[in-house]
Write a protein that binds this ligand. Structure first.
Ligand code: HEM
Length: 462
């Protein structure tokens, strides 16, 4: 653990010990559940962004709604569409293996849209996805460290007139885009409810129970939007990290496939419950989880001399890369979780979803997504190293990540092939069997998406 003093009022504390994290964020969470001051976020969302907002009564109402709708039981109800979309992802890798990154991103955003708004995203370039990503690019750039004047450190900058402060105009633009998108999606759900076309999505329940949770229309629309922000790119970054690591480690793939062949076999695709009987696959997931997780908390009262009020606490890499906890932490070695120290290491990896009151409310949905897709990908495909112009395998850099608000591998190549034609055939058959699961989420699609879905169904039936 160490701290950096960045001015009279700003201290960043970097936490690297699981014991201190537990003590600080779990046992003392009433004092450590705030977020640091982010003026741009307050200006854009007026305190309604669940992830970035201070520890306020508004945050508590938003969090209660999010929590109740993302319990393990509630997430079971979303399993059919998660499984269907995961099969669609496998099919997309068969059809267009070079474009795996877009296919993964489509998968992740489509599950979030379906679960939240009851409307899937059949193409990466579907209008809803494009609008979301356009908004997100501006939003993430606005929040990126160093991209704009340091208003939080020099608050007087808030008074610079808008004509001279480009960041103020960007804040206004992001606010406009967020409101247009999030209110628009909410309006679609309201319209569908009035037309008696409910499909059990998150926003329907929130709208019905808003009084109980103390939420108004603006809060609900932001809650939905923030859940897409929190759930889509995190899940897709995990799956891209996983693919990068698997591509670099054929020996891990081989071992995983042996386990899958014994437990699942070659006559069906995996289902979620299989994961319990696949300890090596579980270890692959745990070992891939240290690459990008972050927690970001703020200490709101005088906790101790090292943590003055409003100090800003962070942990991530330090914990998972401590050689006293993880032997050779830089090595991708799932077997470390299967040895004698496995249970102790698994406990540390559970920090990957945060600790205390600000920990990830989407953990169960995220784990289901990660489990289903890791099993599917290893069951159905081989991820080979890319080849150079002489047909020789190239090495893969597993530390080549984009650094920013989200942490995702930079574009990379993987030589993706189905394991056998039989595996490819089973993926197509399974996708065809999910027509009913998909159709409930296709009511609000535009004409281009509807035509795309129709053409795909026709192809699968040929
Ligand atoms: C693999 C996928 C995911 C990972 C790795 C992940 C990880 C995290 C982490 C580390 C935090 C911060 C915890 C802290 O500050 O202590 C967080 C917060 C959050 N996550 Fe996730 N998450 C994932 C998926 C999801 C999903 C699917 C949803 C929505 C359904 C979601 C919604 C949120 C929200 C709203 C917050 C902010 C909570 C708050 O500040 O009260 N996340 N997540």
């Amino acid at each position: 653990m160490y701290s950096l003093k960045l001015g009279p009022k700003s201290t960043i504390v970097v936490l690297t010990s699981p014991q201190i994290i537990n003590d600080l964020l779990d046992k003392n969470s009433a004092l450590t559940s705030d977020r640091p001051q982010i003026h741009f976020a307050d200006r854009v969302t007026k305190g309604l962004n669940l992830t970035l907002s201070h520890y306020t009564e508004t945050w508590k109402s938003l969090r209660r709604g999010a929590h109740e709708l993302l319990t393990p039981q509630a997430c079971r109800q979303h399993l059919a569409i998660q499984q269907a979309e995961a099969t669609q992802l496998s099919y997309d890798l068969l059809a267009n293996p070079e474009d795996f990154a877009s296919s993964i991103r489509r998968y992740a955003i489509s599950v979030m849209f379906s679960v939240l708004y009851g409307k899937r995203v059949p193409r990466f370039s579907s209008t809803s996805a494009t609008e979301f990503y356009e908004m997100m690019e501006k939003w993430v750039n606005l929040l990126a460290p160093g991209a704009h004047p340091p208003v939080d450190m020099i608050p007087v900058l808030k008074f610079v007139p808008e004509g001279w402060a480009r960041w103020k105009r960007i804040c206004n633009e992001v606010r406009r885009l967020q409101k247009k998108l999030y209110f628009g999606l909410m309006g679609e759900v309201e319209g569908r409810m009035q037309a008696d076309q409910e499909n059990g999505c998150f926003l329907e329940t929130i709208i019905k129970r808003q009084d109980e949770w103390g939420l108004n229309r603006e809060m609900i629309s932001y809650l939905g939007g923030v859940m897409i922000e929190g759930g889509a790119d995190t899940t897709s970054a995990f799956l891209q990290s996983l693919l990068l690591l698997l591509t670099a480690h054929p020996e891990v793939q081989q071992k995983a496939k042996r386990e899958l062949d014994e437990v699942v076999g070659n006559e069906r695709m995996p289902i979620l419950d299989d994961i319990e009987r696949l300890p090596y696959i579980q270890a692959i997931i745990l070992e891939a989880s240290d690459n990008y997780y972050h927690s970001h908390t703020s200490i709101s009262a005088n906790y101790s001399a090292e943590f003055p009020p409003h100090s800003d606490g962070r942990y991530s890499w330090g914990v998972y890369n401590d050689p006293e906890i993880f032997t050779e932490p830089e090595k991708y070695n799932p077997d470390r979780f299967l040895g004698e120290r496995g249970p102790e290491l698994i406990k540390v990896m559970n920090l990957a979803f945060g600790s205390g009151r600000r920990s990830c409310p989407g953990i169960h949905l995220a784990r289901n997504a990660v489990n289903i897709n890791t099993m599917n990908l290893l069951w159905g495909f081989h991820f080979g190293k890319p080849l150079d112009s002489n047909g020789k395998e190239m090495e893969v850099d597993t530390f080549n990540y984009a650094v920013g608000v989200s942490y995702c591998p930079n574009p990379f190549k993987s030589n993706i092939k189905p394991r056998t034609p039989h595996h490819a055939e089973l993926i197509k058959l399974q996708l065809n069997s999910f027509n009913d699961a998909f159709s409930q989420f296709e009511y609000l699609l535009d004409d281009v998406d509807k035509a795309h879905v129709k053409e795909l169904r026709k192809k699968l039936e040929e």
